[in-house]
Design a protein around this ligand. Structure first.
Ligand code: NAI
Length: 254
């Protein structure tokens, strides 16, 4: 079986992904800031806003990992700096640091969001964030449109994550390591209310269009598929799992 690292394994989509990966025969190494042990073979308690804790995690994780599911994330109601650190800077630090411990042919899956849908209209900010490190986040938030207003930092974190995933489609090609993103619409987890609060009336309109919010069970098998060899020729893609919401947003088509 494969060894899969799942961040955000203590709740919501990450918890269900850990469960599905185990069901599919994997050994699951969970990473979260909380200590839930469900569905994981080992749990690493790490705060992904802290570069020292990420470095320590990278030191203690075993080599030969076949998959990394970057699922930990915070909602738009969290402070902008925390959003950018967990959803983008910490995710990238963990991923880039883990490359030497990945097995050839490994698969990386980044949990982005429908919130990252509009990435192509924010390319200059995305470029400005390419080398962003933990120490620069406060300054970046103050000087770019990734500031806090209306949860913009969350949208930006996901836009930049989608772009980063697409940009790195060939980066580890020689070792057969591939990376993809999954972009859910609103999913019924403990943070759904945070999105509804941020989006206001638009959230209700979105729910009407989609018939219902997603559930972790709508998302986790897609992540597990992208981690599996069955998806071996899918790379650099951002897969929407959103009840049709992203195609609805391309409203000039219909
Ligand atoms: P959740 O709150 O149920 O789970 C998030 C997990 O990440 C929690 O276990 C939490 O402890 C962990 N986490 C947060 N900050 C952390 C930190 N600093 N260090 C380590 N772990 C940390 O949320 P959910 O909904 O399962 O979210 C998972 C991912 O899906 C997130 O990246 C989120 O942005 C994304 N997403 C969620 C949607 C939704 O409507 N729920 C929609 C689209 C994307």
């Amino acid at each position: 079986g494969k060894t899969i690292v799942v961040t955000g394994c203590a709740s919501g989509i990450g918890l269900e992904t850990a469960r599905v990966c185990k069901q599919w025969g994997a050994t699951v190494l969970g990473v979260d800031r909380t200590m839930t042990q469900e569905h994981v073979d080992a749990l690493y308690k790490v705060d992904l806003t802290d570069p020292a804790q990420i470095r320590e995690l990278l030191r203690v994780l075993p080599a030969g990992i076949h998959g990394l599911a970057n699922i930990a994330g915070v909602p738009p109601t969290a402070p902008a700096e925390v959003v950018l650190k967990v959803n983008l800077v910490g995710l990238k630090a963990l991923t880039l640091g883990l490359i030497p411990k990945l097995a050839d042919g490994a698969s990386i899956v980044n949990l982005a969001s429908l919130a990252g849908f509009d990435w192509a209209n924010h390319v200059s900010s995305i470029h400005a964030a390419e080398q962003l490190d933990f120490d620069d986040v406060a300054d970046f938030v103050a000087t770019h449109d990734a500031g806090d207003a209306n949860g913009r930092s969350y949208f930006f974190s996901k836009e930049a994550l989608v772009a980063w995933t697409l940009q790195n489609r060939w980066t580890w090609r020689e070792r057969g390591i591939r990376m993809n993103a999954v972009s859910p619409g609103p999913v019924d987890t403990p943070i759904l209310g945070d999105f509804v609060q941020t989006l206001g009336a638009r959230a209700e309109e979105d729910m009407r269009v989609m018939d219902r919010p997603g559930t972790p069970a709508d998302i986790a098998p897609v992540v597990a598929f992208l981690l599996s060899d069955a998806s071996g020729w899918i790379r650099g893609t951002n897969l929407a799992v959103d009840g049709g919401m992203s195609s609805h947003l391309l409203s000039n088509l219909h």
